[in-house]
Design a protein around this ligand. Structure first.
Ligand SMILES: [Zn+2]
Length: 137
């Protein structure tokens, strides 16, 4: 098959039988660009879409948890000491959950642990306070 360098466009002829079943990385002899070539019918390895959206969901959950800490600093510190974060921050957590859920409906359904993990890590400073937390609705 003929492949062309995505950077400089130089064309190469690669024998199909050299490609095998797995995509090969090729270095362009003209511009040194490294690119991946697959034999016809072999799919490029893409990270599963689900994994991508879970990491995006995790990122947002951590941002929301950080915001709660930033905007309620004194309250959070007091509640951390008294061990009643879930009660004291209940409304804030619920609001964050709703926002998170509206952005990541599938993850809120399948991976609520991602949201709980962000609460544990950031809001509870690494303590497993929210392992059994569940949204009200
Ligand atoms: Zn090139």
């Amino acid at each position: 098959m003929i492949v062309s360098c995505p950077k400089c466009g130089k064309k190469y002829s690669v024998p199909d039988d050299k490609l095998g079943d797995t995509p090969r990385r090729i270095r362009c002899r003209s511009c040194s660009e490294i690119f991946t070539v697959s034999a016809p019918g072999v799919k490029e390895p893409h990270p599963p879409a689900e994994e991508d959206s879970v990491s995006r969901a995790r990122r947002l959950a951590r941002v929301l948890a950080s915001d709660m800490v930033v905007y309620n600093k004194d309250l959070v510190e007091k509640a951390r000491r008294e061990g009643n974060l879930a009660e004291v921050l209940g409304t804030e957590i619920e609001r964050s959950w709703q926002l998170w859920k509206s952005r990541f409906p599938a993850e809120s359904q399948n991976r609520p642990d991602v949201f709980r993990g962000a609460l544990n890590d950031i809001l509870a400073n690494g303590k497993h306070v929210f392992d059994s937390w569940a949204p009200e609705a």
